[in-house]
Design a protein around this ligand. Structure first.
Ligand code: SF4
Length: 247
């Protein structure tokens, strides 16, 4: 499997310490990609070595997160890792851009948690990230809906000038999920150098947008460099996320 690294972290899988596997490869070219080195990079690591790493981590972890890049560019290897985790009774989480609904469907019964990027309103993907994959992302979301045991988080990185508050409202009106996260764009590492001059949106702007979509979603998490994860609920209170997930 081609990967860019593995770490143990409490940040990637809410409520769970997990081994995080950074799968390499991605067919998209989001201008704000913050892991551009993974798009065409990574090292070929035999699956047996990855299984050994999981085994060696087992006393420190309760789950495995497969992130990227886009892990489903390597669907067979991802499936084998997920099946291996199941054998060890580990929880499993997949981060995906949603461009491979059929591959997601093959893996879904071996997953507990799916974090699905909803990068734009489904009909504005081409304008915002340059790839017209909105229908596939929508289909991926529906596959999660049909799988009752899946905890589905939808996430959007809010990038000023590429999108606006109306876009986030349109996303909110079209998604159904267990959790929605609005992530702060960071301009330190980006794929398209033109974005290096785009300011990071302040936390206050994310809170303002989150408050606009709260009546639609009931609960919104914002993620900023300054304050980490904060959850706003319909009562307009903000709490640092306790990082629990439940079905
Ligand atoms: S942000 Fe994700 S989906 Fe977009 S190019 Fe980077 S790895 Fe691919």
């Amino acid at each position: 499997m081609k990967i860019g690294g593995q770490i143990i972290s409490s940040l990637e899988f809410p409520g769970i310490m997990s081994l995080v596997i950074f799968a390499a490869g991605c067919t998209l070219r989001c201008p704000y990609c913050h892991n551009p080195e993974l798009i065409d990079g990574g090292d070929d690591i035999p699956l047996d070595e990855i299984f050994i790493t999981i085994q060696e981590s087992i006393e420190f972890i309760d789950g495995v997160t497969i992130t990227g890049g886009e892990a489903l560019t390597q669907p067979d290897d991802v499936l084998k890792v997920l099946k291996y985790c199941r054998k060890l009774d580990l929880k499993t989480k997949l981060d995906t851009n949603g461009s491979y609904p059929k591959r997601l469907k093959r893996s879904i019964k071996f997953l507990d948690y799916v974090a699905l990027d909803v990068k734009a309103p489904f009909d504005k993907y081409k304008d915002i990230i340059g790839s017209d994959i909105g229908d596939s992302v929508n289909e991926s979301m529906k596959i999660c809906h049909k799988t009752p045991h899946i905890f589905l988080e939808c996430r959007t990185t809010y990038v000023p000038f590429l999108m606006n508050a109306d876009d986030i409202m349109r996303i909110a009106q079209k998604i159904t999920c267990d959790a929605y996260t609005l992530q702060q764009f960071r301009n330190r590492v980006v794929l398209d150098e033109k974005l290096l001059d785009t300011p990071n949106p302040p936390r206050s702007e994310l809170i303002e947008i989150a408050n606009q979509i709260l009546p639609v979603l009931g609960k919104v998490k914002i993620k900023t460099a300054e304050f980490g994860d904060e959850t706003l609920n319909i009562f307009n209170t903000s709490n640092h996320d306790k990082r629990n997930f439940s079905h």
